[in-house]
Write a protein that binds this ligand. Structure first.
Ligand SMILES: Cc1ncc(COP(=O)(O)O)c(C=O)c1O
Length: 379
């Protein structure tokens, strides 16, 4: 099938670009001497996880237990749930941990109490009566979302508790350098990457000097991992967005538009005489309402590609408003015209669709289910 025959709206993945992105990040992190544990929340797709594993990923990162259930069922059995522990989900955690290594994140005494009392059955780790419970301490390296302040006494106290806990396996310290999303160019991304590494390596050193063994130091975001030049003191990285990239990554200088693997195909459904806009069939439930980076001009919900196959963005052409299923573009075009849109944030696009339409050039070569990951077990 030709890409122009696809019903719209749909999420299109360029296979060559996807494979190149997967390979580039794997090679980059290998050269920097760390293990790649990619975040699957961006794609929620088993075929893409398999490509990442082929390229050298060792273990995966999930944002929901639904993703963990589906990955474990498909034979991906070394998983980190990189989300602050939801205490009321411990029975599910326990069930998943019976068939996969599920590594958890904590940043509070309440979470450690709950793990010690609720998840673990009596008996030694890995013993017949029990499952091992692997735990990371989440650290705030500058994003200021979740994670302990590495300069605080509480951080050391929680690390020591995890290390000393009889029936928990302390995997080490983990952070997400999400503050890199405030960067406006490669230099600013590099500064965030250096800070992420330094904060984590220093905290690991401090803990070791206090007799707390730190087995792993896990970092990662796509902006930081795309530019970082030194990961001394780090053991693994967890970028996710890099498989697709998106408008935000292009604006930050983490990639170019030629490196974007996920686009949304849509068509014009209404264009009134005299109006300076058209209505397209890609609304908020296709593109998401992510406004992108607040300093990017013009503010938009997505940019439109040239229709000449050049892979370049058309100047002065963008999605200016969204309602649930309607999108508004700032040009008047004949009804039926097809538009290819560069989304602001790819992680919030894929999960809105049932499947990725996989293309090689203009040819549709496959259809990869997105429902297959994270939906069967709920979120
Ligand atoms: C905890 C955690 N780790 C890793 C990532 C991956 O970062 P990115 O999407 O920038 O690749 C995220 C993304 O939100 C995250 O929240």
């Amino acid at each position: 099938m030709h890409v122009d025959e696809l019903p719209t709206p749909c999420a299109v993945v360029d296979l060559d670009v996807l494979k190149r992105n997967v390979r580039t990040m794997a090679d980059r992190l290998k050269a920097l001497g760390v293990t790649l544990r990619p975040h699957v929340k961006t794609h929620k797709c088993l075929e893409i996880a398999a490509l990442q594993r082929e390229a050298g990923a060792r273990g995966f990162t999930v944002s929901t237990l639904g993703e963990a259930v589906d990955l474990a069922e498909a034979g991906f059995t070394d998983l980190t749930w990189a989300f602050p522990l939801i205490l009321n989900r411990l029975p599910e955690v326990r069930r998943i941990a019976e068939r996969a290594t599920l590594r958890l994140l904590v940043d509070s005494p309440e979470a450690i109490d709950a793990l010690e009392s609720a998840v673990l059955p009596p008996g030694p780790p890995g013993g017949a009566a029990g499952v091992e419970c692997h735990v990371w301490l989440e650290v705030d390296s500058g994003h200021h979302r979740s994670g302990v302040d590495p300069g605080s006494a509480v951080a050391v106290e929680l690390a020591r508790r995890l290390h000393d806990a009889e029936r928990l396996v302390f995997d080490g310290i983990l952070t997400h350098g999400g503050h890199s999303y405030r960067g406006k160019n490669r230099e600013e991304l590099l500064a965030a990457a250096r800070e992420e590494r330094r904060v984590m390596a220093d905290f690991a050193k401090l803990l070791m000097s206090l007799g707390v063994e730190v087995r792993g130091v896990s970092v990662g975001s796509t902006p930081t991992m795309s530019v970082v030049e030194d990961l001394d003191g780090v053991t693994e990285a967890r970028p996710g967005n890099y498989v697709f990239h998106d408008g935000m990554m292009c604006s930050m200088g983490a990639c170019s538009t030629a490196d974007v693997a996920l686009t949304v195909l849509s068509s014009v459904v209404s264009s009134q005489p005299g109006a300076e806009h058209s209505v397209i069939d890609a609304g908020a439930l296709s593109l998401s309402k992510d406004p992108g980076l607040d300093w990017v001009e013009p503010a938009s919900f997505g940019r439109v590609y040239r229709d000449d196959g050049s892979g370049e963005i058309e100047p002065d052409f963008w999605v200016e408003a969204l309602s649930q299923e309607h999108g508004i573009v700032n040009r008047s075009l004949p009804v039926g015209s097809r538009l290819r849109i560069l989304p602001n944030h790819s992680c919030l696009v894929g999960p809105n669709f049932d499947a990725f339409q996989v293309v090689e050039g203009e040819r549709v070569v496959d259809r990869w289910s997105i429902r297959g990951l994270g939906r069967s077990g709920g979120r």
